[in-house]
Design a protein around this ligand. Structure first.
Ligand code: UTP
Length: 476
């Protein structure tokens, strides 16, 4: 669909799909508002909306658990045997070599709405670190700069936004001079949006001249990488592997040489990091093998009995939980797009602010009044011929910020960051003051330029000042 479509053609198009009400207020709009609404209407794939209204909204299928569900095998964090230790050593070298040859790109999906956090702006602009309050985007930029200092070539960094936060994101980078990254190593592109629909399948209007649009889920990244030209750009640069991560984790390893190297050595098309679940029903997707294929079954879809099942040694049988960290071969995404792949759409019932079509009055719903439809990137896993899973260390690289307080909040993220830094310092033999309950009696922030891991801290132990109880220590 093009913006050049005439008003008549647009009206016909929405009418064909039973959505003509989106033009209810058209005659009262200013020319600019009319243009905005026409632009939005033209950008939507209405045939897709119609089919989703039938399959996801009006006649949703309840997911039957496949018969053959097995726990997925994974590479343990600590090698169990000497040949594993050798493999990991080789994997790290391979990952480092890929970085030296400039064959790895970093990719952050930052198109989400971040509604739980309630931050006014793209989530990547949220101040995340415990002392310097560095925004999430700065954490990633500094991480990549530190990797570049170690391994040489600039690491191309692809940032997926949505039309709703694209400009604010690019303006933020420009305002901060890309946090030291070179403009030609950065590429911003947007994913597609879909209108939220009411429970009757009718597209909701956010205002008289705007649809209630929302991004089509992080699975949209696999299409957006192609549509935006990012894959072509990667091919031109000689990129073989994409290190995929989410925008909400300030201590994420944006590119982890060992993980990327293992993924490459194993000939995997799409690899994932996992965390051992703390308890059976922890709210993480479960890595499973279904009909021989790597598959993530959401925590809500795995029956309690399976989620709680134990091995003989007492460990959870379905142990591996997903944290949305992937290494993906560029040519895997190319081949998905070449063959017209389709990820399943998931339904999320949400409170969607909208206007009443009869009165034009704003509605602030108190219970879910609308449906958003999203695809998830992990649904591409069963499409891979080979997909491996590697166990990460929870404390070392996982401090997500989803909400203002409680679990996975800015509060817990800052605590985890100091705890991780304490571990790194203590492993290097540096004393960190403790409270009577054993938690650190200080706040510690380590810039990526100082250390990317515990080994880097050990190499710089002479540069760490002694830490007094209650101190705030920033190492750079
Ligand atoms: P979340 O599932 O945390 O969703 O996204 P969200 O939209 O950021 O936040 P809530 O649910 O509204 O509070 C996980 C990751 O996927 C990205 C997010 O930006 C985040 O990095 N994402 C999500 C997209 O890039 N596009 C989407 O359409 C959805």
């Amino acid at each position: 669909m093009t913006l050049a479509m005439s008003q008549i053609a647009l009206r016909q198009l929405v009418a064909q799909h039973g959505q003509q009400h989106v033009y209810t207020f058209y005659e009262q709009l200013t020319p600019m508002q009319q243009q905005q609404l026409d632009g939005q209407v033209a950008s939507v794939d209405w045939a897709l909306v119609s089919s989703l209204v039938e399959t996801v909204v009006k006649h949703p299928q309840t997911l039957a658990l496949p018969r053959d569900v097995q726990p997925a095998p994974f590479f343990p964090h600590q090698p169990k045997a000497s040949h594993d230790a050798q493999l990991y050593q080789q994997a790290k070298l391979r990952g480092e070599d890929l970085l030296i040859k400039g064959q790895v790109a970093a990719f952050v999906v930052a198109g989400g709405q971040g509604s739980r956090l309630g931050w006014d702006g793209p989530k990547g602009t949220f101040p995340a670190t415990p002392i310097k309050q560095k925004p999430l985007f700065q954490c990633f930029a500094e991480y990549l700069l530190a990797l570049q200092t170690k391994y040489g070539p600039a690491i191309p960094f692809y940032i997926m936004t949505s039309p709703a936060n694209h400009k604010a994101t690019t303006d933020f980078f420009a305002h901060h001079r890309n946090f030291g990254l070179k403009p030609d190593q950065l590429m911003f592109f947007s994913q597609d949006m879909l209108p939220a629909v009411g429970l009757d399948g009718k597209a909701l209007l956010e205002s008289s001249h705007s649809l209630a649009l929302s991004p089509n889920g992080h699975g949209g990244s696999l299409l957006a990488l192609k549509k935006s030209g990012a894959l072509t750009d990667m091919a031109r640069r000689g990129i073989e592997h994409i290190s995929y991560f989410q925008v909400d984790n300030p201590i994420v390893r944006c590119v982890d040489p060992l993980f990327i190297g293992l993924h490459d050595l194993q000939g995997s098309q799409m690899s994932s990091k996992m965390l051992p679940k703390a308890f059976g029903k922890e709210k993480l997707g479960n890595f499973c093998i279904v009909n021989g294929k790597m598959t993530i079954i959401e925590y809500s879809d795995l029956p309690d009995q399976l989620a709680e099942e134990r091995n003989r040694d007492g460990s959870l049988r379905f142990l591996a939980g997903s944290v949305a960290l992937h290494a993906i071969r560029r040519d895997f995404i190319e081949s998905l797009n070449a063959h017209g792949f389709a990820l399943p759409y998931h339904r999320a019932d949400k409170k969607v602010p909208c206007i009443d079509l009869a009165t034009g009055q704003a509605i602030k719903p108190e219970k879910p009044n609308g449906v958003k439809m999203e695809t998830f990137v992990f649904d591409a896993l069963p499409l891979a011929d080979k997909a491996i899973v590697y166990e990460a260390d929870r404390m070392d690289e996982f401090a997500p910020i989803k909400q203002p307080d409680g679990i996975d909040s800015i509060v817990s993220s800052k605590v985890i960051t100091t705890q991780r830094n304490t571990q790194w310092l203590e492993a290097a033999g540096i004393r960190v003051p403790q409270k009577p309950d054993g938690t650190p009696d200080c706040v510690i922030e380590i810039a990526p330029s100082f250390a990317l891991n515990a080994q880097d801290v050990a190499a710089k132990r002479g540069k760490v000042p002694s830490i007094a109880p209650g101190a705030s220590v920033y190492l750079e």
